[in-house]
Write a protein that binds this ligand. Structure first.
Ligand code: ARG
Length: 595
């Protein structure tokens, strides 16, 4: 469906042109004086400069040309006001028809993109063998939402978890394992048989091994050296270490999958830094051959500074003096791999904003070396830190890094208690509901902030059923569900889409306001994705939920005696529910039946 703003603009454009002015002045925007009008066009001001006339004269002429008066197909009101604004109100008939169009259209009237793009979303970024902590939460939540948004719009979205599976933690684990179980065949240099299928540790052992090894490396220099050595050997393909690495991967990835699935987050690709390894050698050679990479103090670097830079962008390090790869090396090689496999039209990286410099360097090398086409957008969506109420990075009460599972369990518990206060449902149902609502509280609490900003993690606020929170949005959906359920209990019939209900032109103010909000849907979705900004969807559904609740407050829906009118209300709230549900799905949350 055409966007409602475009439809209005079309009308104004014809009017401007009919008056002899260029159509480009016909831009329509949401009114900043909702008490006076719904939309406005400020084009007469700009046109006045271009044509050297008074803005009000232009505005008046344009309004006159919007012929039809009360009968106008789009506007019920168009007024020229000083100094030259055009104030607009939509025709209720037109708006009601637009609602009907949305209800019937595929995806509620969202149009397919002009060009279907293949887009890589690199998010997640968990590090294998290290427990998932809240630091990884934001990447997962925001990235999942971006992927869902793009996919819903019609793009070919490829989500890649891009595991940190090739770093020093592997060497640390290997050497710690050697110290604990030197008898294992992996440490017997003369062993030539097949390595066991069974991993020499469980996930809980693994989770304990890594922190122990990491702590040891901070006090034991020789141990640290061994870990470095082991990491290098692993990266060079030393078979026994490869075998241990495989065990670590199996055990850890299974656990990660469980954790992500609890978050309602899933990936198309479970690739990691290690998958880039086979591409590194050729890529480095190519960088040397092109004259881009050169030696500096034994290491290999690529200059990426540009004349227009306002801050210093240091050269990108692609190989250390001992021959080891770096973070940038594996990210570049991963891009080589992605180009080979998918030829993406766009890249979106959802990573902690403190890695901004790293990605700036990587993107520049990728473009300079022609790994990626010049005009392929490479977007770094850097997110801020999740802070505690003290304004410092979020920690547990004991001061440690909070494990994700624990965090989720705490939120669920808090929501559960809140639900049980009302005691309208069984304990079992309350548990199930608490899971859904808890996840919504957590995700919405995150997504409703602009991603790049730090935010304060505040469970009490996040789980509140009032205000701009996930539970409030869900509660609104549940409220609509319960009205519809009552309607059916009383013998009313309605399909899931509700398209058979004829939506009448709005009579009341809050009814029209609700329709105007619904009509913004396709515009909001397109913009939110174009700006990689899930918080704009949150903002929208918060307004929409408020809009619905005012309408609900003003209107007797089920006790309406005029059947035609009641049908119309039922159709309208069904559409509201569908729009809300479509939007929360893009945030990766779902509504329960009751709350
Ligand atoms: N594993 C990294 C970390 O924990 C994040 C990975 C982000 N993605 C990337 N392509 N580098 O910091």
């Amino acid at each position: 469906m055409k966007k409602i703003l475009e439809m209005m603009e079309q009308e104004l454009k014809s009017a401007f042109e009919a008056c002899g002015y260029e159509g480009r002045f016909a831009k329509v925007v949401l009114s900043n004086r909702p008490d006076l009008c719904e939309y406005q066009c400020n084009g007469a001001m700009a046109a006045a400069k271009a044509y050297k006339k008074k803005p009000i004269d232009i505005a008046t002429a344009v309004v006159e040309k919007l012929a039809g008066g009360e009968e106008h197909p789009v506007f019920s009101e168009a007024a020229a006001v000083m100094p030259g604004f055009i104030n607009l109100k939509l025709s209720p008939v037109f708006l009601a028809d637009y609602m009907a169009g949305m209800a019937e259209a595929d995806k509620l009237g969202l149009e397919a993109p002009e060009k279907k793009e293949t887009i890589i979303v690199d998010y997640g970024g968990a590090n294998v063998a290290k427990p998932l902590h809240v630091g990884h939460l934001r990447a997962a939540i925001i990235g999942e939402s971006i992927k869902r948004m793009g996919r819903f719009l019609g793009h070919n979205m490829i989500g890649d978890v891009h595991l940190g599976d090739w770093g020093l933690q592997m060497g640390l684990i290997i050497e710690e394992l050697r110290d604990r179980k030197p008898e294992l065949v992996y440490f017997d240099e003369s062993f030539s048989g097949e390595y066991p299928k069974e991993a020499p540790f469980t996930i809980s052992e693994l989770e304990e091994i890594y922190p122990a090894a990491s702590a040891k490396s901070k006090v034991d220099e020789a141990f640290k050296e061994r870990a470095h050595e082991a990491t290098l050997r692993l990266q060079k393909g030393y078979a026994p270490f490869r075998a241990i690495w495989k065990h670590i991967m199996e055990v850890s990835v299974a656990d990660l999958k469980k954790n992500y699935s609890n978050l309602n987050v899933d990936f198309d690709l479970w690739k990691g830094e290690s998958d880039a390894e086979p591409y590194i050698e050729d890529m480095i050679q190519m960088l040397i051959d092109k004259g881009l990479a050169y030696e500096s103090q034994g290491a290999l670097v690529v200059d990426v500074a540009e004349e227009t830079d306002t801050k210093e962008i240091p050269p990108c390090l692609v190989r250390k003096s001992d021959g080891a790869s770096l973070y940038a090396t594996s990210d570049l090689a991963t891009i080589v791999e992605r180009e080979e496999d998918f030829q993406p039209d766009r890249y979106i990286y959802v990573v902690d904003k403190r890695q901004g410099m790293h990605f700036e360097q990587v993107f520049r090398v990728a473009k300079k070396a022609g790994i990626v086409k010049q005009d392929t957008p490479m977007i770094f969506l850097g997110f801020g830190t999740m802070n505690g109420k003290d304004g410092k990075p979020f920690k547990t009460r004991e001061g440690g890094v909070m494990r994700l599972e624990k965090l989720i369990a705490e939120i669920d518990e808090a929501v559960f208690n809140r639900i049980m206060e009302n005691r309208t449902v069984s304990e079992e149902e309350a548990r199930e509901t608490a899971k859904k609502v808890g996840l919504a509280a957590l995700k919405y609490g995150d997504l409703s902030n602009q991603a790049s900003k730090d935010y304060v993690f505040d469970v009490d606020r996040f789980i509140s059923f009032e205000g701009n929170t996930g539970p409030y949005i869900l509660y609104t959906i549940v409220r609509i569900k319960s009205i519809l359920a009552k309607y059916k209990e009383n013998g009313g019939r309605i399909s899931a889409e509700g398209t058979e209900k004829h939506i009448l032109p709005a009579k009341g103010e809050s009814e029209k306001a609700l329709m105007l909000l619904l009509a913004k849907y396709n515009e909001v979705l397109e913009n939110s994705f174009a700006e990689t900004a899930p918080h704009k969807i949150c903002q929208y559904i918060y307004e929409l939920a408020n809009g619905f609740n005012s309408f609900y407050h003003d209107t007797k829906i089920l006790s309406e005696e005029n059947e035609e009118q009641k049908d119309s209300y039922i159709g309208l709230i069904t559409l509201t529910k569908r729009v809300l549900e479509a939007c929360i799905d893009l945030l990766g949350i779902e509504a329960p039946e009751r709350m």
